[in-house]
Write a new protein. Structure first.
Length: 201
């Protein structure tokens, strides 16, 4: 099923043109119109109003709207958060990812610290082609379904460890062509438990 973003561009009111896979007829998404979620840091608005220059209050409001989308999720089987540009720090701790079959963050970019600590993903999760610019925490998380980090870029530290609390992977985990490029940063799986196959290539 092709993902169609239900949101509109805040300046023109036009329907967001984000597509879940790169359009072969275009070199990039730059010539398209996007909603506030899918627009890049510098797209569309004047320098003062560009997403890159949002205030902390604007970032927090953006985060609240994202978390509300997760809670409401009109498609109960699949939660599609692909291609979103997250402009600052965000925490998903305490958010309910139960009663969903699949969650995708594919092609999203997280520009701030991301916290998935103590989350239970009662579903499969797709982090393929996601870019994490800052640190990301999965401390004490539990993944009951398959999870993939294929072509994912971790530009700083990745932490799956939380003291004596285990981070649990109940199904297959794949790291195919994954980039861990944080100079001097640590990828910590020390408290992780894997019950099925882990693929790292």
């Amino acid at each position: 099923m092709v993902h169609v973003c239900p949101h509109t561009n805040p300046e023109t009111g036009a329907r967001c043109q984000f597509t879940p896979a790169p359009d072969p007829r275009r070199k990039s998404e730059w010539n398209k119109v996007h909603c506030k979620f899918h627009r890049s840091l510098d797209e569309g608005e004047s320098d003062e109003r560009a997403k890159r220059n949002w205030t902390q209050d604007e970032i927090e409001e953006f985060n609240r709207e994202i978390l509300q989308i997760i809670e409401i999720n009109p498609n109960k089987d699949n939660l599609d958060l692909s291609g979103i540009t997250f402009p600052g720090k965000i925490s998903f701790s305490g958010i309910n990812f139960r009663n969903i079959k699949h969650v995708t963050f594919s092609r999203s970019i997280f520009w701030g610290v991301v916290d998935f600590s103590d989350i239970v993903f009662d579903c499969s999760v797709n982090f393929n082609e996601v870019t994490f610019v800052e640190n990301i925490w999965f401390r004490g998380a539990k993944f009951t379904g398959k999870i993939s980090f294929n072509k994912t870029s971790f530009n700083k530290g990745v932490n799956f460890s939380k003291g004596n609390t285990e981070t649990v992977f109940c199904d297959n985990v794949t790291f195919l062509a994954t980039k861990f490029s944080g100079y001097g940063e640590v990828t910590d799986f020390s408290s992780s438990v894997f019950f099925k196959k882990v693929t790292i290539e």
